[in-house]
Design a protein around this ligand. Sequence first.
Ligand SMILES: Nc1ncnc2c1ncn2[C@@H]1O[C@H](COP(=O)(O)OP(=O)(O)OP(=O)(O)O)[C@@H](O)[C@H]1O
Length: 245
Amino acid sequence: MVAPPDNDVIWARSLHYSHNGSPGLCGVSLGVRDAEILAVTGPRGSGKTTLLHCLSGRLAPQQGEVWFNSVPVHTMNPRTRERLRRERFGWISSDPELVGELTVWENAALPLLLRGVSRRAAKKAATEWLERLDIAAFAKKRPHTLLQAQRQRISVARALAGGPTVVFADEPTATLHRADRSQVLRTLTTAARSHGITVVLATHDDEVAALADRTLPLLDGRRVATGSLPAEPEAEGRAACSLSV
Ligand SMILES: Nc1ncnc2c1ncn2[C@@H]1O[C@H](COP(=O)(O)OP(=O)(O)OP(=O)(O)O)[C@@H](O)[C@H]1O
Protein backbone atom coordinates (compact mmCIF):
# COMPACT_ATOMS: atom_id res chain seq x y z
CA MET A 1 0.00 0.00 0.00
CA VAL A 2 1.38 3.44 -0.96
CA ALA A 3 0.60 6.16 1.61
CA PRO A 4 -1.21 9.26 0.26
CA PRO A 5 0.26 12.77 0.13
CA ASP A 6 0.02 14.54 3.52
CA ASN A 7 -1.95 17.55 2.31
CA ASP A 8 -4.85 15.55 0.84
CA VAL A 9 -7.82 15.11 3.20
CA ILE A 10 -9.30 12.51 0.90
CA TRP A 11 -7.14 10.46 -1.41
CA ALA A 12 -8.33 7.60 -3.59
CA ARG A 13 -6.50 5.30 -5.96
CA SER A 14 -7.95 3.23 -8.78
CA LEU A 15 -11.47 2.82 -7.42
CA HIS A 16 -13.63 0.16 -9.00
CA TYR A 17 -17.24 -0.52 -8.12
CA SER A 18 -19.89 -2.42 -10.03
CA HIS A 19 -23.57 -2.60 -9.01
CA ASN A 20 -24.52 -6.25 -9.54
CA GLY A 21 -22.40 -6.38 -12.68
CA SER A 22 -23.42 -2.93 -13.87
CA PRO A 23 -20.26 -0.78 -13.93
CA GLY A 24 -20.33 2.26 -11.63
CA LEU A 25 -16.67 3.23 -11.25
CA CYS A 26 -13.82 2.06 -13.44
CA GLY A 27 -10.47 3.01 -11.92
CA VAL A 28 -10.99 6.53 -10.59
CA SER A 29 -8.11 8.15 -8.69
CA LEU A 30 -8.18 11.57 -7.03
CA GLY A 31 -6.99 13.74 -4.19
CA VAL A 32 -9.01 16.39 -2.37
CA ARG A 33 -7.05 19.05 -0.51
CA ASP A 34 -7.86 20.47 2.92
CA ALA A 35 -10.70 23.05 2.75
CA GLU A 36 -11.09 22.57 -0.99
CA ILE A 37 -14.50 22.59 -2.70
CA LEU A 38 -14.38 19.94 -5.41
CA ALA A 39 -17.23 19.49 -7.88
CA VAL A 40 -17.65 16.00 -9.33
CA THR A 41 -19.49 16.55 -12.59
CA GLY A 42 -20.87 14.45 -15.42
CA PRO A 43 -24.14 13.37 -17.04
CA ARG A 44 -26.64 10.98 -15.47
CA GLY A 45 -25.15 7.59 -14.78
CA SER A 46 -21.53 8.77 -15.00
CA GLY A 47 -20.71 7.48 -11.51
CA LYS A 48 -20.92 10.62 -9.36
CA THR A 49 -23.07 9.08 -6.62
CA THR A 50 -21.06 5.85 -6.60
CA LEU A 51 -17.85 7.86 -6.21
CA LEU A 52 -19.23 9.91 -3.29
CA HIS A 53 -20.47 6.72 -1.62
CA CYS A 54 -17.01 5.12 -1.93
CA LEU A 55 -15.15 8.24 -0.73
CA SER A 56 -17.45 8.68 2.28
CA GLY A 57 -17.28 5.03 3.34
CA ARG A 58 -20.96 4.34 2.55
CA LEU A 59 -19.75 1.74 0.05
CA ALA A 60 -16.54 -0.28 0.20
CA PRO A 61 -14.86 -0.21 -3.24
CA GLN A 62 -14.41 -3.63 -4.78
CA GLN A 63 -10.90 -2.61 -5.85
CA GLY A 64 -8.75 0.40 -4.97
CA GLU A 65 -8.00 2.49 -1.92
CA VAL A 66 -9.64 5.37 -0.07
CA TRP A 67 -7.72 7.31 2.57
CA PHE A 68 -9.01 9.97 4.94
CA ASN A 69 -6.34 12.14 6.60
CA SER A 70 -3.77 9.43 5.85
CA VAL A 71 -5.92 6.68 7.46
CA PRO A 72 -7.06 3.85 5.18
CA VAL A 73 -10.86 3.73 4.93
CA HIS A 74 -11.07 0.81 2.47
CA THR A 75 -9.70 -1.63 5.06
CA MET A 76 -12.04 -0.50 7.87
CA ASN A 77 -14.85 -2.80 8.97
CA PRO A 78 -18.42 -1.50 8.44
CA ARG A 79 -18.82 -0.40 12.08
CA THR A 80 -15.63 1.68 12.03
CA ARG A 81 -16.61 3.23 8.70
CA GLU A 82 -20.00 4.12 10.16
CA ARG A 83 -18.36 5.83 13.13
CA LEU A 84 -16.04 7.74 10.80
CA ARG A 85 -19.05 8.92 8.78
CA ARG A 86 -20.93 9.96 11.89
CA GLU A 87 -18.04 11.82 13.52
CA ARG A 88 -16.11 13.37 10.64
CA PHE A 89 -18.39 13.60 7.60
CA GLY A 90 -21.59 15.42 6.74
CA TRP A 91 -23.92 14.15 4.02
CA ILE A 92 -26.45 16.06 1.90
CA SER A 93 -28.44 14.37 -0.85
CA SER A 94 -31.13 15.73 -3.17
CA ASP A 95 -33.75 14.09 -0.93
CA PRO A 96 -33.40 15.44 2.64
CA GLU A 97 -33.96 12.03 4.35
CA LEU A 98 -35.14 13.45 7.68
CA VAL A 99 -36.51 11.56 10.68
CA GLY A 100 -40.27 12.20 10.78
CA GLU A 101 -40.60 11.52 14.52
CA LEU A 102 -38.07 14.22 15.42
CA THR A 103 -38.51 17.99 15.39
CA VAL A 104 -36.62 20.25 13.00
CA TRP A 105 -33.94 21.14 15.55
CA GLU A 106 -33.56 17.50 16.66
CA ASN A 107 -33.01 16.48 13.03
CA ALA A 108 -30.37 19.18 12.60
CA ALA A 109 -28.75 18.19 15.91
CA LEU A 110 -28.83 14.44 15.20
CA PRO A 111 -25.08 13.95 14.50
CA LEU A 112 -24.29 15.62 17.83
CA LEU A 113 -26.98 13.77 19.80
CA LEU A 114 -25.73 10.45 18.40
CA ARG A 115 -22.26 11.37 19.61
CA GLY A 116 -23.53 11.88 23.14
CA VAL A 117 -23.41 15.69 23.15
CA SER A 118 -25.91 17.12 25.68
CA ARG A 119 -29.31 18.15 24.28
CA ARG A 120 -28.68 21.73 25.34
CA ALA A 121 -25.33 22.02 23.52
CA ALA A 122 -26.63 20.11 20.48
CA LYS A 123 -29.69 22.37 20.26
CA LYS A 124 -27.52 25.49 20.45
CA ALA A 125 -25.23 24.31 17.64
CA ALA A 126 -28.14 23.17 15.47
CA THR A 127 -30.07 26.41 16.03
CA GLU A 128 -27.13 28.50 14.86
CA TRP A 129 -27.18 26.73 11.48
CA LEU A 130 -30.98 26.79 11.28
CA GLU A 131 -30.80 30.56 11.78
CA ARG A 132 -28.26 30.96 9.01
CA LEU A 133 -30.58 29.01 6.75
CA ASP A 134 -33.64 31.08 7.80
CA ILE A 135 -35.60 28.18 9.26
CA ALA A 136 -35.02 28.57 12.99
CA ALA A 137 -38.65 29.75 13.29
CA PHE A 138 -39.72 26.18 12.49
CA ALA A 139 -37.35 24.55 15.00
CA LYS A 140 -40.11 22.87 17.03
CA LYS A 141 -42.13 21.64 14.04
CA ARG A 142 -42.00 18.18 12.43
CA PRO A 143 -40.34 18.06 9.00
CA HIS A 144 -43.47 16.82 7.18
CA THR A 145 -45.20 20.16 7.90
CA LEU A 146 -42.53 22.03 5.91
CA LEU A 147 -41.94 22.56 2.20
CA GLN A 148 -39.35 20.48 0.34
CA ALA A 149 -37.03 23.49 0.11
CA GLN A 150 -37.27 24.03 3.87
CA ARG A 151 -36.63 20.34 4.56
CA GLN A 152 -33.55 20.49 2.37
CA ARG A 153 -32.23 23.39 4.43
CA ILE A 154 -32.62 21.21 7.54
CA SER A 155 -30.44 18.56 5.94
CA VAL A 156 -27.81 21.20 5.17
CA ALA A 157 -27.96 22.38 8.80
CA ARG A 158 -27.61 18.75 9.95
CA ALA A 159 -24.56 18.21 7.73
CA LEU A 160 -22.86 21.33 9.15
CA ALA A 161 -23.97 21.18 12.80
CA GLY A 162 -21.81 18.15 13.50
CA GLY A 163 -18.65 20.16 12.76
CA PRO A 164 -17.56 17.88 9.90
CA THR A 165 -14.13 17.75 8.32
CA VAL A 166 -15.69 16.86 4.96
CA VAL A 167 -19.21 17.41 3.61
CA PHE A 168 -20.35 15.20 0.75
CA ALA A 169 -23.21 16.78 -1.18
CA ASP A 170 -24.90 14.68 -3.86
CA GLU A 171 -26.94 16.95 -6.15
CA PRO A 172 -27.98 18.99 -3.08
CA THR A 173 -30.07 21.48 -5.05
CA ALA A 174 -31.54 19.22 -7.72
CA THR A 175 -35.11 19.55 -6.42
CA LEU A 176 -34.98 23.26 -5.52
CA HIS A 177 -36.14 26.40 -7.26
CA ARG A 178 -33.58 29.02 -8.19
CA ALA A 179 -33.91 31.24 -5.06
CA ASP A 180 -33.77 28.28 -2.65
CA ARG A 181 -30.92 26.81 -4.65
CA SER A 182 -28.76 29.89 -4.32
CA GLN A 183 -29.41 30.20 -0.57
CA VAL A 184 -28.49 26.57 0.08
CA LEU A 185 -25.35 26.82 -2.05
CA ARG A 186 -24.34 30.14 -0.55
CA THR A 187 -24.69 28.79 3.00
CA LEU A 188 -22.76 25.64 2.15
CA THR A 189 -19.90 27.38 0.37
CA THR A 190 -19.69 30.23 2.91
CA ALA A 191 -19.63 27.73 5.79
CA ALA A 192 -16.95 25.71 4.00
CA ARG A 193 -14.79 28.80 3.44
CA SER A 194 -15.20 30.21 6.94
CA HIS A 195 -14.84 26.90 8.83
CA GLY A 196 -12.23 25.27 6.57
CA ILE A 197 -14.57 22.41 5.65
CA THR A 198 -13.70 20.32 2.62
CA VAL A 199 -16.66 19.80 0.27
CA VAL A 200 -17.09 17.11 -2.37
CA LEU A 201 -20.11 18.12 -4.44
CA ALA A 202 -21.71 15.99 -7.15
CA THR A 203 -23.63 17.94 -9.76
CA HIS A 204 -24.58 17.90 -13.42
CA ASP A 205 -25.27 21.65 -13.27
CA ASP A 206 -22.47 23.86 -14.64
CA GLU A 207 -23.64 26.86 -12.58
CA VAL A 208 -23.31 24.85 -9.37
CA ALA A 209 -19.95 23.43 -10.43
CA ALA A 210 -18.69 26.98 -11.07
CA LEU A 211 -18.81 27.63 -7.30
CA ALA A 212 -16.15 24.99 -6.70
CA ASP A 213 -12.39 25.47 -6.60
CA ARG A 214 -11.90 22.59 -8.99
CA THR A 215 -13.95 20.28 -11.16
CA LEU A 216 -13.50 16.55 -11.64
CA PRO A 217 -15.54 15.41 -14.66
CA LEU A 218 -16.65 11.78 -14.92
CA LEU A 219 -18.01 9.88 -17.87
CA ASP A 220 -19.03 6.22 -17.72
CA GLY A 221 -17.27 5.74 -14.41
CA ARG A 222 -13.96 7.24 -15.52
CA ARG A 223 -12.24 10.59 -15.12
CA VAL A 224 -12.23 12.59 -18.32
CA ALA A 225 -10.82 15.95 -19.38
CA THR A 226 -14.26 17.59 -19.75
CA GLY A 227 -17.73 16.49 -18.68
CA SER A 228 -19.37 16.77 -22.10
CA LEU A 229 -20.38 13.71 -24.04
CA PRO A 230 -18.07 12.90 -26.98
CA ALA A 231 -19.49 13.75 -30.43
CA GLU A 232 -18.78 10.26 -31.79
CA PRO A 233 -19.80 7.21 -29.76
CA GLU A 234 -16.75 5.27 -28.63
CA ALA A 235 -18.56 1.99 -28.18
CA GLU A 236 -15.57 -0.17 -27.37
CA GLY A 237 -13.62 2.29 -25.23
CA ARG A 238 -16.54 3.50 -23.14
CA ALA A 239 -18.32 0.20 -22.74
CA ALA A 240 -15.22 -1.73 -21.77
CA CYS A 241 -15.24 -0.72 -18.09
CA SER A 242 -14.62 -3.86 -16.10
CA LEU A 243 -13.10 -4.82 -12.79
CA SER A 244 -10.07 -6.22 -14.56
CA VAL A 245 -9.05 -2.80 -15.97
N1 LIG B 1 -28.25 0.28 -7.20
C1 LIG B 1 -27.84 0.14 -8.45
N2 LIG B 1 -28.07 -1.00 -9.16
C2 LIG B 1 -27.64 -1.15 -10.42
N3 LIG B 1 -26.95 -0.21 -11.10
C3 LIG B 1 -26.69 0.94 -10.47
C4 LIG B 1 -27.12 1.19 -9.12
N4 LIG B 1 -26.69 2.41 -8.75
C5 LIG B 1 -26.03 2.92 -9.82
N5 LIG B 1 -26.04 2.04 -10.84
C6 LIG B 1 -25.41 2.22 -12.15
O1 LIG B 1 -24.09 2.68 -11.95
C7 LIG B 1 -23.77 3.70 -12.87
C8 LIG B 1 -23.35 4.94 -12.13
O2 LIG B 1 -24.48 5.40 -11.39
P1 LIG B 1 -24.41 6.66 -10.42
O3 LIG B 1 -25.73 6.79 -9.74
O4 LIG B 1 -23.20 6.53 -9.58
O5 LIG B 1 -24.20 7.84 -11.46
P2 LIG B 1 -24.57 9.38 -11.30
O6 LIG B 1 -23.59 10.12 -12.15
O7 LIG B 1 -24.63 9.76 -9.87
O8 LIG B 1 -26.01 9.46 -11.94
P3 LIG B 1 -27.27 10.35 -11.52
O9 LIG B 1 -26.92 11.76 -11.82
O10 LIG B 1 -28.36 9.79 -12.36
O11 LIG B 1 -27.49 10.08 -10.04
C9 LIG B 1 -24.99 3.89 -13.76
O12 LIG B 1 -24.82 3.14 -14.92
C10 LIG B 1 -26.11 3.34 -12.93
O13 LIG B 1 -27.13 2.81 -13.74
